[in-house]
Design a protein around this ligand. Structure first.
Ligand code: GRG
Length: 308
């Protein structure tokens, strides 16, 4: 019986065309993001915000938010403003991460970084503008849902972005620079906050908007913490194995900076193995959602198979 169930699942998964799904969802997100910010006076700041927001990228976070909302009984319309907001927050973090005071990078998403085009002052403000607008956008545009759900989403996004999330992870990352004795515990803390926190907020907010039970929200948290860490392990692997063209940003930066990474602790093979284990653990959390979990399951697999 178990074997038959597994066979059934395999054939359903085989039928699911992830690439077509991602392409369609990316297009939907591109259109929504393009409409979200119009150019007004003073034009320069809106242009700088749009330059990075509309520079491409995989749109993984908004796609996860929409997919989770649908999986748990909600609709795309319910989650679209939040999906746009998580991409605005993510883009803000990339703009600030690339600044000379942080990672000092010249390329992002295959284009010159924001500060290289607009200068450091405007790049800082473009990040700030996107961050503030993300919260305004959710509050103003999430229609026909209980206000309590919207407040819960806003609180979750705030927590994932501030010192308990992205900011905290970035601080520890900066403090770890140049140190060779970083423990696995510290490395996990950095990436659970820098990378997994916003992925988790993207997924869980989709569930909140759809009105999930707290038990299901906990499952969604565990799913996303697992894919978040796997995502970072793969990011570290790609920094070694992929080219600048594939990544759209400078490759080989970690090794050059002699940064402690998962491959530097475990080696490439073991890192791949552990990322796959995390993806399997993530998939197990989706069991109760049955067939409607196909997109989230396939996205988790994509995280370990991606080459950019
Ligand atoms: C100023 C409130 C505030 C926060 C900023 C700079 C910073 C604090 C945090 C850094 C966060 C950061 C850049 C984490 C890295 C996450 C990561 C793996 C990014 C790459 O994500 P992808 O591969 O990129 O999804 P695309 O371009 O496809 O969207």
């Amino acid at each position: 019986m178990v074997a038959a169930d597994n066979l059934q699942k395999t054939s359903e998964e085989a039928k699911f065309d992830l690439l077509a799904y991602l392409k369609e969802r990316q297009k939907l997100c591109e259109i929504a993001l393009e409409r979200a910010i119009a150019i007004r006076y003073p034009e320069k700041i809106y242009e700088a915000m749009r330059y990075s927001l509309l520079a491409g990228g995989k749109r993984l976070r908004p796609i996860l938010c929409l997919a989770t909302c649908e999986m748990t009984g909600g609709t795309i319309a319910m989650a679209l403003p939040t999906a746009c907001a998580v991409e605005m927050i993510h883009t803000m973090s990339l703009i600030h991460d690339d600044l000379p005071a942080m990672d000092n990078d010249d390329y992002r998403r295959g284009k010159l970084t924001n500060h290289k085009v607009y200068g450091e002052d405007i790049a800082i403000l473009a990040g700030d503008g996107l961050l503030a607008y993300a919260f305004e956008y959710v509050a103003e545009n999430t229609k026909s849902l209980p206000g309590e759900r919207v407040l819960q989403v806003i609180a979750l996004l705030g927590r994932a972005t501030g010192a308990a999330g992205l900011v905290g992870g970035q601080v520890l990352d900066l403090e770890s620079e140049g140190k060779k004795d970083i423990s696995l515990e510290t490395l996990n803390f950095i990436h659970n906050h820098k990378t997994a926190a916003l992925l988790e907020a993207s997924v869980v907010s989709g569930g909140i908007l759809a009105g999930c039970t707290s038990e299901d929200l906990q499952r969604l948290s565990r799913y996303s913490q697992n894919i978040g860490l796997a995502f970072q392990i793969v990011d570290d692997i790609l920094d070694i194995t992929a080219t600048q063209e594939q990544l759209g940003k400078t490759a080989g930066k970690d090794q050059k900076a002699q940064k402690v990474t998962y491959p530097s602790l475990w080696g490439l093979e073991e890192s791949r193995h552990r990322a796959q284990q995390l993806i399997e653990a993530a998939g197990a959390e989706l069991e109760p959602f049955g067939e409607s979990a196909l997109p989230l399951r396939a996205i988790a697999q994509f995280i370990t198979s991606r080459n950019h």
